[in-house]
Ligand binder design. Structure first.
Ligand code: FE2
Ligand code: FE2
Length: 461
């Protein structure tokens, strides 16, 4: 792992923790958690790690594992939405306080969360279907997210200890967890800490300290390591500072990274993170399975035709890879809807560039990147969203990103329309120039497309 500080143009040193905590807010969105859940879970877990006397390198591995614990969570969102016939964010958000190993709690949860708003008969049928899928479906959902999360953590350049902890996040101390049913010390200590820390954060926030302590006692030795529970109870007894978790959350986080292990992201690692996170974004919906990667390929292709420098291409590629990070906050009921969106759904969908901006803007050195990435649905005539920029407010790079996004989206299959061939795609784009999209950029796209190197991803029917 290289530790060369990356100095972008405005001379801001980018701490890896700053990048990871910003992206953890995107993971909170997918999990239906309020902003800062992962960061607060990180602070709780780091207190536990310190109480356990972990070494600096172990605490560093734990720190990043806690921030990135939900890296794989987007990959089961569509399936969760399908199984529950409900907003995946609501299901994921509420399931964190349910003891799903208790049949009565599980049934109660199903009664309130399966196909909400549908006629009773439909809901009963769905609940029976869910019960039939049962344990196997639950294990599969967790397996997908654990494996994917661990793989992407490695792509980010995070350590094996971090990746292994992410993989084992949902194991339970008594062997009743998933995906491998590990028991006791078979579960990496970091994973045991993470599982407890994330549950403690949710109970503490939703129901207060007493409820969190009760949950800890109830799940001692079943879900969680008894030794860790004792440490948690001891900390919560002695430590009056738990309220601080909810004030200046992001600023407070930095003090939890072991000083001697403080890490900075270099250019290559930022590239790797953008590439890895694009896969997290694309995995949210089967219909956009390669969208961000495709938009990046097209943007680089257009940039190459227009003669952009290597540094400009690098920035453009990062923005293209991360442009739809805000879509992690949109329900799969909307993303995967096989019909035209209602005005309300369209309004929800159109919030995603704003989410993109707010997530990326959390990294001080990413201000230009945030502006560019969040502008990918703007139009020359000002009729785009979400800011309604117009004319020269759309910089060269914004124009490239807008055209690339439209091209990839039109060339790929979508649940709400017939497939389009290459000529139809180009005809639609031509119709949108010059009032909507930039004609010179479109010309560059045509030149790139004629090279025949880009093949749009087509989801299996
Ligand atoms: Fe978008
Ligand atoms: Fe997009």
């Amino acid at each position: 792992m290289r530790l060369v500080p990356f100095l972008p143009r405005n001379n801001v040193r980018i701490r890896l923790s700053e990048v990871m905590s910003a992206l953890s807010y995107a993971l909170d969105l997918v999990e239906g958690q309020p902003e800062g859940h992962s960061v607060r879970a990180c602070m709780i877990g780091m207190r536990l790690g310190a109480a356990m006397g972990l070494s600096g390198s172990d605490r560093s591995a734990l720190f990043y594992a806690l921030l990135m614990k939900d890296l794989g969570c987007s990959s089961n969102a569509a399936k969760m939405c399908f199984l529950f016939t409900a907003d995946d964010r609501a299901t994921k958000g509420d399931i964190k306080t349910v003891n799903w190993r208790n049949p009565i709690s599980s049934l109660r949860f199903a009664m309130t969360h399966v196909a909400p708003g549908s006629p009773m008969l439909v809901r009963i049928k769905r609940i029976i279907g869910l019960a039939a899928a049962g344990e196997r479906a639950g294990k599969e959902l967790i397996q997908i997210r654990c494996e994917r999360g661990a793989r992407i953590a490695r792509q980010f350049g995070l350590s094996d200890a971090t990746a292994n902890a992410i993989h084992a996040l949902d194991e339970h101390f008594d062997g009743g967890g998933h995906p491998d049913g590990l028991i006791g010390d078979q579960i990496p200590l970091l994973a045991r800490i993470m599982g407890l820390a994330q549950t403690a954060e949710v109970f503490l926030r939703q129901h207060g300290l007493a409820a969190m302590r009760q949950m800890a006692r109830d799940r001692r030795g079943t879900w969680f390591d008894p030794d860790l529970i004792d440490r948690l109870l001891a900390i919560t007894d002695a430590d009056a500072l738990w309220g601080d978790l909810y004030e200046n959350t992001a600023a407070n986080l930095a003090q939890y990274e072991p000083e001697e292990e403080e890490r900075f992201a270099d250019d290559q690692q930022i590239d790797d993170i953008a590439y890895g996170f694009a896969q997290v974004i694309d995995a949210k919906s089967p219909w956009t399975f390669r969208h961000s990667l495709g938009v990046a390929d097209v943007a680089i292709g257009i940039g190459g035709v227009l003669g952009l420098s290597a540094a400009e291409l690098r920035n453009l590629k990062r923005a293209a890879l991360l442009h739809d990070v805000g879509k992690l906050g949109v329900s799969n009921l909307i993303l995967d809807k096989p019909a035209k969106l209602t005005p309300e759904e369209l309004t929800e969908m159109r919030k995603h560039p704003d989410y993109t901006y707010r997530i990326l803007r959390k990294v001080a050195g990413f201000s230009d990147l945030a502006e560019l990435a969040a502008s990918h649905h703007e139009r020359i005539d000002g009729k785009g969203y979400y800011r309604g920029l117009s004319g020269m407010q759309l910089t060269r790079d914004i124009r490239i990103l807008c055209v690339s996004d439209m091209y990839e989206a039109l060339a790929a299959k979508r649940p709400y329309r017939e497939d389009l061939n290459g000529e139809q795609v180009m005809a639609i784009l031509q119709k949108n120039a010059p009032h909507g999209i930039c004609p010179e950029t479109l010309e560059a796209l045509v030149a790139f497309s004629d090279q025949g190197t880009f093949k749009p991803y087509q989801v299996a029917a």
